[in-house]
Design a protein. Structure first.
Length: 386
């Protein structure tokens, strides 16, 4: 006989009773309530053979999560199943049934499975069940959902203008680290003192951010020795008191982050307002191959009155002749007879990845793209020849 005491409730409660070995043919199942004047309701009664596989794993967890892989682990029940475990995973939260074909399986004694071929930045749902003897299977046990990480961006130029997000959310794979205030997406209605550079949205951070906040981009797969230009546009509110720095790191974290000097706005700078944006560009050469993140670090005093706004972010390879400035060369137009003529160049400066080369020719038509290089004469201030 089985008995239970329960508090009256309007909701059905499931009870499972182990009736032992089969009682034989032509047996009956009865219910008795022992309290006069009270009633119970009974529904959906099943009398069936006890499942052969009643054990279940516990302590399910996900670790070693990347953009395309994850490890699922669990604790074995007692007794442990003789034929291992079956695993089912999906991007849908719909639970598998007893007849669902598992996604994969592991043998007896193995308490984890490594999933591969997953999609980046995607939530996954996982269930594990015992395989007791190759035929009898236990109940599926669910793992709380996990999400794969974002894939590193490796195609350039990369841009972001925030126009496809629902404010105040940041785009997928961006990260805000709140100090006093938070970086959020906004539209033109957010501040009376500034508007997006490219409609309809931009990123803003409110004044009075006395403890540093960080806005981190997605990760980028960068190559050692290659120069990259990270740029964005910012606008203020017509007041001073803001401090802003461009940062980089190998994680979306303030810990270990390095500033790329100089600060793009300092506390004494009166910021421009409206749509009077200023472009900020910082060049960066990775010290080694790997994934890097760029960030904005911001603080502000309580004397400012509105927001800093940011829009139109971009990362690209640094142009080969970036920053080169032309100048002039002066000297005699012709040289006759003996002597040592000199030509002096002024006003020239090289940029990233560029140099200057003196060229000569006996044919005026070769200018400006023809002629021969003067040996050993690269980046000189003057040329002496005879």
């Amino acid at each position: 006989m089985w008995s239970t005491t329960t508090t009256s409730t309007s909701a059905y409660v499931e009870h499972t009773v182990d009736l032992g070995t089969a009682p034989g043919a032509n047996q009956y199942l009865a219910f008795e309530t022992g309290t006069a004047g009270h009633s119970i309701s009974i529904d959906d009664v099943y009398w069936e053979a006890k499942p052969a596989c009643t054990t279940a794993p516990s302590g399910l967890g996900a670790s070693l999560i990347t953009a395309t892989t994850a490890r699922i682990s669990w604790t074995a029940p007692t007794p442990a199943p003789g034929s291992g475990y079956e695993i089912y995973y999906s991007t849908s939260s719909t639970a598998p049934t007893s007849g669902t074909t598992p996604s994969t399986s592991v043998g007896a004694g193995v308490l984890y499975v490594d999933l591969s071929g997953l999609s980046a930045s995607t939530p996954y749902y996982v269930w594990v069940r015992c395989n007791c003897n190759g035929t009898d299977k236990g109940a599926w046990v669910a793992l709380p959902s996990f999400a794969t990480t974002c894939a590193a961006i490796s195609s350039f130029p990369w841009t972001e203008n925030f126009d496809l997000v629902t404010i105040p959310a940041l785009p997928s794979c961006w990260l805000n680290i709140t100090g006093t205030r938070s970086f959020v997406t906004s539209d033109a209605s957010y501040s009376i003192l500034s508007d997006p550079r490219s409609l309809p949205n931009y990123v803003t951070i409110f004044w009075g951010n006395t403890s540093a906040s960080y806005l981190w981009t997605p990760g980028f797969q960068l190559t050692s020795g290659q120069s990259y230009d990270f740029s964005f546009w910012f606008v203020g509110d017509g007041y001073a008191g803001y401090v802003g720095d461009v940062m980089y790191n190998t994680a979306q974290s303030a810990t270990g982050a390095t500033a790329i000097s100089p600060s793009f706005v300092t506390s004494g700078t009166v910021t421009l307002a409206g749509t009077n944006y200023t472009q900020v560009t910082r060049s960066f050469i990775p010290p080694s191959n790997g994934v890097y993140y760029f960030g904005i670090r911001n603080t502000s005093s309580t004397n400012t009155v509105s927001v800093l706004g940011f829009d139109d972010f971009r990362l690209d390879l640094t142009p080969v002749c970036s920053g080169a400035v032309g100048g002039t060369a002066s000297g005699s137009a012709t040289f006759c007879g003996s002597g040592t003529p000199s030509i002096t160049a002024s006003g020239y400066s090289t940029g990233t990845g560029s140099a200057y080369q003196w060229m000569s020719s006996t044919n005026a038509g070769d200018y400006p793209n023809g002629g021969s290089a003067v040996s050993g004469q690269t980046n000189p201030a003057s040329l002496t020849t005879g």
